[in-house]
Design a protein around this ligand. Sequence first.
Ligand SMILES: [Zn+2]
Length: 380
Amino acid sequence: MKPLGTPLTERRRKTRNRIFKFIYNSEEPVSKQAMALELGLSLPTIHQNVSELLEAGLIKAVETQVSTGGRPPVGYVVVNNVRISIGVSITTNHIRLLASDLKLNQLAEKSVRKEGGISADLGEDVKKELELFIEENKLDRDRILGVGITIPGVLDVKKDAVLLSPSMRLENISLKSLREGCRPYPVYIENDGNCAGYAEWLAMSPQERKKSFAYILLENGVGGTFFINGKTYSGVNHRSGEFGHMCVQPDGPQCNCGGRGCLEAYCSAMRFTTDIDKSIEEFFELVHKGDPASKALWDDVLKHLAIGINNIRMVFDGDVLLGGFVSEYLEEYLPEIKSYVAERNAFGDSGDFVRLGKFPRKAGMMGIAWHFINDYIESI
Ligand SMILES: [Zn+2]
């Protein structure tokens, strides 16, 4: 394998990049003729660039299925595992890790429960789990592009700190130790809701991607993001989409943020797990069995979730996607949620604008892993 050299001019690099992206985005192996035709480039140009990409181990030749006799035709595909990106999700009492290849295919995954919670300095816990994860899964360190970390809270980009994470009860915590814990890999840290929404957008069809949407992340904390014209709308202070701290009931129960009646106070998974000393599986088993107290609690969660969804719809007028680990249990309750939403909707909307995300537990890690993959693809 020969490292990919820098072409003589930026123009040539861009041509190589176009060819690589074309191969990357094709669902089937692509021939040199198809590349030349689709990209409007000469065959010698294609030939030279394909040779460079082959030598660097970024693409490989495969036999295509359609053969007209004689030598089977050859197509080219990307070597997906030539680089690895790691996504880490830090929540109230879990550290989850996911390694993916260049196509966001999952190579390894792990979820570690931290009894007693995660230490406030964050770095030590993540350092230990990251090392174990790389070792246990025998991930090739030379292929690791970087480590992306999601946090359920508002980040202060200028101070490089967690400004506030109500669900983790953190305030003004520097991210320095977290960055140092992941050395020598590049580190990127983002809000969990933004990353999860991004992963859902990536998984959409080109047609769906054109539609703006709001994404509510339902976990121990409640967060989210607005995705507008293919981008996260992060707001003036990087705090947009903090749906969890939108008031859905004045003078309602106390929220972790200090306020009252927030969506998070009603819809946090804590309310039907830790607070009543049950696991989420145990809770839903009771709901299924028709236990009156559990059913009443769950109905109250859904009704307040519907208020939150409808408020977002009123402000934003787009689809609302539900994600996070709680959303794994929502499919059977979706008609109920839609009906509660429709009851409140001033414009008679049916509630069909409420949908479930595709990756309840993984979206955040996938979204943050994509950060490094995207940079890598752009750099070729
Ligand atoms: Zn709150």
